[in-house]
Ligand binder design. Structure first.
Ligand SMILES: C[S@@+](CC[C@H](N)C(=O)[O-])C[C@H]1O[C@@H](n2cnc3c(N)ncnc32)[C@H](O)[C@@H]1O
Length: 242
C-alpha cells in the first residue's frame, strides 16, 4: 500500500511523544476540502469507511487499523471506485490522539471491536479511549458502536449510565425491531460472520462532550458464551489486568 496516495502508514515510534504532521491538517493537506471528517476505528477491510463514503460524498472518511492486509481490501475498492473522500490510516488506535487536532473529527464508528473481556483498558469504549477521542472530537461529536458482543454492549451501556451520558440510540437487536437506518444496513465482514451464527447485532449511538474524568462502571457482566466459557467478570478490573 506504500504506493497508495490515500493510505497513511505511521509506525508507533514515529508518533511517540509527538504529533503526526497531518494532525490538524487533514482537511487542508489530505482531503483538500472543508467537509466533516468521520473515523472508523478498527476498520478491518473498511466496509463502513467505503460504504459511508459512497453514501455521503460531502463527508470525508478515514478507516484506521493496524492490519495492513485487511485494510488493503477497502483501500483498493476506494481507489478502483475513484472515491476521493476516503483515506486509510495504518496505526495502533492507542496512538490515535497524535493524528488529529482538537475538534478535527465529527464522528467515530467502532465496528465489531474485540470486547477485550479481561482487559478493560483495551476496550475501545473504555474511559481511557473515550477520553482520548474527546481530545479530537468536536464537542457533542457522535460515537457509534455496532457489536455482536453482549458483553461489550452491556459494558458500554453501564459506562454511559455511570457517567450520565444518555444514548441517542440503544438497540439490543438491531434487525429484530422497527429501527431502520440506511447507514446501519452496511455490513462488515465480522457482522456477516456473527449474523450467520445467529448472533444478534447491538447498536449504541451517543454524544461525547467535554468528558474528562470519566468513571469506569463497577458491575459484573457475563462474558459472551460463544466467545469464552469464563465466569462473570467485573467491567473494571484492577491490578495486573491493566
Ligand atoms: C474484530 S475485527 C473487526 C473488523 C471490522 N470492523 C469488521 O467489523 O469486520 C477488529 C479489528 O480491529 C483491529 N484492531 C484491534 N485492536 C487494534 C488497535 N489497538 N489498533 C489498531 N487496530 C486494532 C484489528 O486489526 C481488526 O482488524
Amino acid at each position: 500500500m506504500a504506493s497508495y496516495p490515500h493510505v497513511v502508514e505511521a509506525p508507533f515510534n514515529k508518533v511517540f511523544n509527538q504529533n503526526h504532521t497531518l494532525s490538524g491538517r487533514w482537511n487542508k493537506d489530505f482531503f483538500k476540502n472543508e467537509n466533516p471528517i468521520v473515523l472508523e476505528l478498527g476498520c478491518g477491510k473498511g466496509e463502513y469507511t467505503v460504504g459511508l463514503a459512497r453514501l455521503f460524498p460531502q463527508k470525508n472518511f478515514i478507516g484506521v487499523d493496524i492490519k495492513g492486509n485487511r485494510m488493503h481490501r477497502g483501500a483498493t475498492d476506494a481507489m478502483n471506485e475513484g472515491l476521493r473522500n476516503v483515506g486509510f490510516l495504518r496505526t495502533r488506535i492507542e496512538a490515535i490522539h497524535a493524528f488529529f487536532g482538537p475538534s478535527e473529527v465529527d464522528e467515530i464508528w467502532l465496528t465489531f471491536p474485540d470486547p477485550q473481556i479481561k482487559k478493560y483498558r483495551k476496550r475501545l469504549t473504555s474511559t481511557r479511549f473515550l477520553e482520548a477521542y474527546a481530545r479530537f472530537l468536536k464537542p457533542g461529536g457522535i460515537i457509534h458502536l455496532k457489536t455482536d458482543s453482549a458483553f461489550m454492549y452491556t459494558y458500554t451501556r453501564e459506562l454511559l449510565k455511570e457517567n450520565q451520558i444518555d444514548p441517542l440510540v440503544d438497540e439490543d437487536d438491531l434487525y429484530a425491531g422497527n429501527y431502520q437506518d440506511e447507514i446501519l444496513s452496511i455490513q462488515t465482514y465480522y457482522e456477516r460472520k456473527w449474523l450467520d451464527h445467529g448472533i444478534s447485532i447491538k447498536y449504541l449511538k451517543f454524544r461525547l462532550s467535554g468528558v474528562f474524568g470519566l468513571k469506569e462502571p463497577e458491575v459484573e457482566i457475563e462474558p459472551d458464551s460463544y466467545r469464552s466459557a469464563g465466569r462473570g467478570v467485573k467491567a473494571r478490573r484492577t491490578g495486573n489486568s491493566k
